[in-house]
Every structure is written in structure tokens, then in C-alpha cells.
Design a protein around this ligand. Structure first.
Ligand code: ZN
Length: 434
């Protein structure tokens, strides 16, 4: 069994929206009350309250707050667990000698949503080629929320569901999404592969991908144009007084643009990695290290001029996020398609310094964009040479100290405890009678 996360945009009706907002408010209230309880118990009596202490009071709480019942007991427990995780993280950091922030109260407007930790209390129904419905609750009070899209798995077991609310900065409306983890048989994950090519790739900032045959793939034009626009907005804002009307307006524009850049970049990387995996039996590239990322960023500045440092910083920040994303997607997509993904060890192999013709090390500075070998006369663009070196490394393992590894998917994180064992709520029929 593999685990796959699928995310859907939800389209709740006005009344469903209201009800969902109400549920978030209740979850936030529970979170804050539980936090309050922990703080007071400690202040007044020096007692530490555990997750289980709080979980066991849930049935009693539900007796005088019946509106909590329809939220589902496991979802309520999950919100208490969320607080518990915040405390655990806090104590972990304290122990490590850091100075973390104490877990904070959250306003319901800022509370992002809630989670059903197991398949009870909801159901995903897929209809037609691209529509579906999410059912929350059961019986005549169930909420049937329309959603768009459908996942590609013919066979699956639902595992958990997270509903989250994000303010859409462009429309000012809240966007609800459902993020669902499915357990899927490995055979169902398999991707169709249409080609058997072997390709070396060097990811960079100047071109998003440089291939060993000299072809390149650029970031979408829209993204390239958005980056200078973002920088311009940030410069404008820097000239305004903090907190002024204009400052806030610009901040909103910046946030909106950031969000769109992130969305489109993810789209682009999804499309390109799928296409690459589909046509290749072997993909070779460098392992991903923070150093690789910043190096590519510096290498992208071709004609140093004014503000180069500043621009490079911004571009690096935004585009290098995409490298990590591309690597992650390549990893699971390659596994699904039966494509071999070879990750060369950068430090030992030195793909940008090594000659793909004679394997000698030819030192270059960062802004030398051409590879010209004094030993064999090999003459290539720098990035194409790197792509060829990693491909050769994948083909002939063992002939250099830089031989990389075939990427393997990380083992699945331990399955969240079985639903049954999570329910430790004890019915407290006697509690009120005492
Ligand atoms: Zn050479």
C-alpha cells in the first residue's frame, strides 16, 4: 500500500459556508479552552495536563455543549492533539536550548481548519469525469459539499481528511479545500510510460532545466515576468511608512502576487516532471543540497549591474523553492512509472567542473558559462556539460568517486494508529450524577 495525498477545491453553498465557519469557530474555541486549561492548571496547582486528560473530558463537555456533537468526536480529539503537538514542539525546543514561543491562543478568523484523523464521519463521492461531492456527517444533517476534480486512483481506501480555509486575496472570499490521504495499492499508482529515453538534467535559474542534448526548458514566461513586478512592488513598499494606508495596500498586492506565483509554479513543475518521467527510462541529476541551490542562483547572474544582488536574492528565494519541489515530484513519479532516477553526489563528482569528454576536472568560476576543455577540446555550454556528466555517471557507476545513488522513496511514515485504538473516550454516564 502506498499513501497519496489528493487535494480538491470545495464549492460550499452560502449556508454550508456559514455552517463550516461555525465549525471552525467551535474548533478554535476548543483549542483555546484547552490551552487555557493547561496554563491555569500549571499556574494554580503546578499540574501538567496531558492530552489524554483533556480527551477524557470531551464527553462531559459535549453534554452541556451539544453543538459540538456534529463535529465528530475524532475530529475534536484531533484538535486537542494539535494543541498537544504544539506543546511537544515547545518543550522539545526548550530542551534543545532554544527560546521558542509559547503555544498561542488563536482567533477563529486565523484558525485554518480541522481534521478528521480517520475515515469516519465523512465520505468522498466521485461522479462523472471531473466532479464529486464530499459528505460530512451522516443522516439528514449531513452536508453534501460540491467539489471539482477527481483523483486518478481506481482503487483506494480513504485514510484522513483535512478541511482548510484560506482567504483568496484576489476575490476576498474564503477558499475551502479538502486534502485527503488515500491508501492505494502500488499497482494502482503505476504510471504509463511512453518512452525509454535516458536523460541528464541540470536544474538552474537561467533556464529551469538544461538537458544533456543541449535543449533547455524555461520557466513559464508569466513567472519570469512576475518576478520583476514583485521586486518593483517591494521597492515601492519600502519607501512607504510602515502601517500607512498605502503600505497596507501594497502589502496586499504583494501577498496576492506571491500566492499566484506559488500556484502557477507548482502547476508548471507538476506538468513538466510528469512529462519527463513519462518519456524516460533513466533520469540523471544532481542530489539536492542547499549549496547546489545557491550556486545555481549565483550562476544565473550573467551581466552584473545595479541591484543584481538584490534581484538575485529574490529570484533565488522564489525559484529555488521549485528545485526541492521538482526533486520531490520526480522521486515519487519516477517510482510510479518504473523510471530510474539517478542522483549524483555533487561534491565528489563536481558536475560543473568535470569535462564530459575526457572526465578531467576543469575548474571554472561561477560566471563562466561555457565549458572549454584544454585537454580534449570539448566545447559546450556549461549547464549542458553538467547534464552530460551526471548522465555518464548514471550509466557507468563505479568509474568515479562521484557515483550517486538511485533515488528511493522514503519509507512511509508509520500509519497513524488504527481508528479504534484512538478512541479512548470513556462514556461518563455517572459523571453528572455524582
Ligand atoms: Zn576534456
Amino acid at each position: 500500500m502506498e499513501r497519496r495525498k489528493v487535494t480538491f477545491k470545495l464549492y460550499p453553498t452560502a449556508s454550508q459556508r456559514k455552517r463550516l465557519d461555525g465549525w471552525v469557530r467551535l474548533h478554535a474555541e476548543l483549542y483555546n479552552a484547552a490551552l487555557q486549561e493547561r496554563i491555569e492548571a500549571y499556574r494554580k496547582a503546578g499540574i501538567s495536563i496531558s492530552y489524554y486528560d483533556q480527551q477524557n473530558t470531551l464527553p462531559a463537555i459535549k453534554q452541556f455543549r451539544p453543538e459540538l456533537v456534529e463535529l465528530g468526536s475524532h475530529a475534536l480529539q484531533e484538535t486537542l492533539r494539535r494543541l498537544d503537538r504544539a506543546f511537544q514542539a515547545f518543550f522539545r525546543q526548550v530542551k534543545a536550548g532554544q527560546t521558542p514561543g509559547f503555544p498561542r491562543f488563536k482567533s477563529s478568523a486565523r484558525f485554518s481548519g480541522f481534521t478528521y484523523p480517520d475515515p469516519s464521519g465523512w465520505k468522498l463521492l466521485q461522479q462523472g469525469p471531473r466532479d464529486g461531492t464530499l459528505r460530512l456527517g451522516s443522516g439528514k444533517d449531513a452536508m453534501m459539499i460540491r467539489l471539482r476534480g477527481r483523483h486518478r486512483f481506481a482503487e483506494f481506501t480513504p485514510n484522513d481528511l483535512t478541511l482548510s480555509r484560506r482567504r483568496n486575496l484576489a476575490t476576498g472570499e474564503d477558499q475551502w479545500t479538502a486534502s485527503i490521504t488515500l491508501r492505494v495499492p502500488a499497482s494502482v499508482c503505476a504510471r504509463q510510460r511512453t518512452g525509454d529515453e535516458a536523460v541528464g538534467v541540470d536544474f538552474g535559474l537561467e533556464h529551469w532545466a538544461n538537458f544533456d542534448d543541449g535543449s533547455t526548458l524555461d520557466n513559464p514566461r508569466w513567472l519570469r515576468e512576475a518576478l520583476p513586478r514583485l521586486a518593483a512592488l517591494q521597492r515601492q513598499r519600502a519607501r512607504k511608512r510602515r502601517g500607512s494606508h498605502r503600505y497596507r495596500q501594497l502589502s496586499q498586492q504583494i501577498a496576492r502576487l506571491h500566492q499566484r506565483i506559488a500556484d502557477r509554479r507548482r502547476d508548471f513543475i507538476h506538468r513538466e516532471t510528469s512529462a519527463l518521467v513519462q518519456r524516460c527510462a533513466l533520469i540523471a541529476t544532481e542530489e539536492l543540497t542547499p549549496k547546489n541551490m545557491s550556486r545555481s542562483a549565483k550562476g544565473a547572474v550573467e551581466a552584473p549591474g545595479r541591484r543584481v544582488r538584490q534581484k538575485a536574492g529574490l529570484n533565488r528565494e522564489i525559484l529555488s523553492v521549485g528545485f526541492g519541489m521538482a526533486h520531490q515530484m520526480l522521486q515519487y513519479k519516477a517510482a510510479e512509472a518504473g523510471t530510474r532516477l539517478h542522483l549524483a553526489f555533487t561534491r565528489q563528482l563536481k558536475p560543473s567542473q568535470r569535462c564530459s569528454g575526457c572526465w578531467a576536472v576543469v575548474p571554472k568560476t561561477l560566471n563562466e558559462r561555457w565549458h572549454l576543455c584544454p585537454h580534449c577540446g570539448c566545447s559546450l555550454p556549461r549547464d549542458q556539460n553538467s547534464a552530460r556528466v551526471v548522465l555518464l555517471d548514471a550509466w557507468t557507476p563505479g568509474h568515479t568517486p562521484g557515483t550517486g545513488v538511485a533515488a528511493r522513496l522514503k519509507p512511509l511514515p508509520a500509519q497513524a494508529a488504527k481508528p479504534r485504538s484512538k478512541t479512548r473516550e470513556t462514556p461518563t454516564t455517572t459523571a453528572t450524577a455524582v
